[in-house]
Design a protein around this ligand. Structure first.
Ligand code: NAD
Length: 260
């Protein structure tokens, strides 16, 4: 079913992981894509892979760092110049930072996590909104985390930034729904992407597979999530069908965040 047919979907952090998986899914259901990442090589590969699977998909790639407001303005402008509109915005780029208890956390890394995960998300919404308002239509999906609804040991700036993303989501939803703009966030648990593989290496450098196995055991499903399982939810949230779900932070975590 081509339920995103002719929709222009802008995705940040699209070179790999959750952004890439959503780009693959969105192209498969008819979307035109603007893909943003600061990894130029990864972006090129992502475009080639998507074109192979969805040869008809129109794809624009833009190399940009989402923590720079100037570069955000530029990726929005380039998307409008090419496609004339932005219907869906998957505001996904983010980093985990290092793992350390709060008092030992390096202040520079702390600031970097906030710059990308919080300010980058804010700049994106800020510059996309006027184009959605022009059309009286828009779907915004921000990426929080279970770290945006719960604490996560040794990841204070990540957790702070993701709680802030949940807050921005609620406020954008309140302020802009009257313009036909629906805003939600997803809160993924551990989904097996390069970011999460990196986290298992930090937790257990000599045996990351053991850390992964232990983590999976704590999940009701006894496994980690797959990027495609997140992509399907995101594509629903980017579609016309998502018309009255607004301001929600939707956990995609196998149910783990309900456990005490
Ligand atoms: P990933 O590291 O696998 O991929 C992230 C992509 O974003 C990479 O291509 C990277 O180059 C890009 N990127 C990072 N910072 C950028 C910046 N400043 N400008 C442009 N591009 C940038 O990560 P992922 O697991 O796919 O995570 C994607 C989002 O999902 C992040 O916001 C992350 O916090 C969130 N998340 C992931 C998980 C998970 O389990 N994978 C869980 C919860 C939340």
């Amino acid at each position: 079913m081509n339920y995103l047919k002719d929709k222009v979907v802008l995705i940040t952090g699209a070179a790999m992981g959750l952004g890439f998986a959503t780009a693959v899914e969105a192209a498969a259901v008819g979307a035109k894509l603007a893909l943003v990442d600061y990894n130029a090589e990864g972006l090129k590969k992502a475009k080639a892979q998507i074109s192979e699977q969805s040869p008809a998909a129109e794809i624009l790639t833009i190399v940009a760092d989402t923590s720079s407001e100037e570069q955000v303005q530029n990726y929005v402008e380039q998307t409008i110049n090419k496609f004339g509109a932005i219907d869906g915005f998957y505001n996904n780029a983010g980093i985990e930072g290092k793992q350390a208890p709060l008092a030992d956390y390096d202040a520079e890394v702390f600031k970097k996590v906030i710059d990308i995960n919080l300010l980058g998300v804010y700049y994106g919404i800020k510059h996309v909104l006027p184009h959605m308002q022009n059309k009286n239509y828009g779907r915004i999906v921000n990426v929080a985390s279970v770290g945006g609804i719960r604490g996560v040991m040794n990841q204070t700036p990540y957790v702070a930034s993701k709680h802030a993303v949940a807050g921005i989501t609620k406020n954008t939803a309140l302020e802009y729904a009257k313009f036909g703009i629906v805003t939600n966030a997803i809160a993924p648990g551990a989904i097996l992407t390069p970011m999460v593989a990196g986290a298992f290496k930090q937790v257990n450098p000599s045996d990351p597979a053991a850390a992964e196995k232990e983590y999976a055991q704590a999940n009701p499903t006894k496994r980690l999530g797959k990027p495609e399982e997140v992509a399907k939810v995101v594509c629903f949230l980017l579609s016309d069908a998502c018309s009255y779900v607004n301001g929600q932070v939707i956990a995609i975590d196998g149910g783990q965040s309900n456990s005490y």
